[in-house]
Design a protein around this ligand. Structure first.
Ligand SMILES: [Zn+2]
Length: 109
């Protein structure tokens, strides 16, 4: 999990750097569009999407398949967690099992 986060951060850094170099190499010559015209709305859009998704997910409760513990995931964890369908990858706060947890039926009401 930690390695993936580092990879993701590196990717974001490269993207940010390449956006800056776009401004120097192309935009100043042929286009009059500063890099932030593209980057800022994209960043805002992503931030909103992540926040909304995180809020929705952290309101749901998940069930640990090993010990049956029902828990609400932390907002930041919910935002960054991997998922397959409605199953999400969390660490159980009770037994510490790391794996995919199903949405609790109680939270679907
Ligand atoms: Zn558990």
């Amino acid at each position: 999990m930690k390695l993936k986060r580092i990879l993701l951060l590196t990717l974001l850094l490269i993207l940010t750097l390449s956006l800056t170099s776009c401004r120097v190499n192309w935009f100043n010559e042929s286009y009059d569009v500063p890099w932030y015209v593209v980057a800022v709305p994209t960043a805002i859009f992503c931030a909103i999407m992540f926040t909304v998704a995180g809020l929705i997910i952290s309101k749901q409760s998940y069930v640990c398949p090993k010990c049956g513990e029902e828990f609400h995931p932390n907002f930041w964890l919910a935002m960054c967690s991997m998922h397959i369908g409605s199953d999400r990858y969390f660490k159980c706060p009770k037994c510490g099992r790391k794996g995919f947890c199903k949405v609790s039926r109680n939270s679907k009401e």
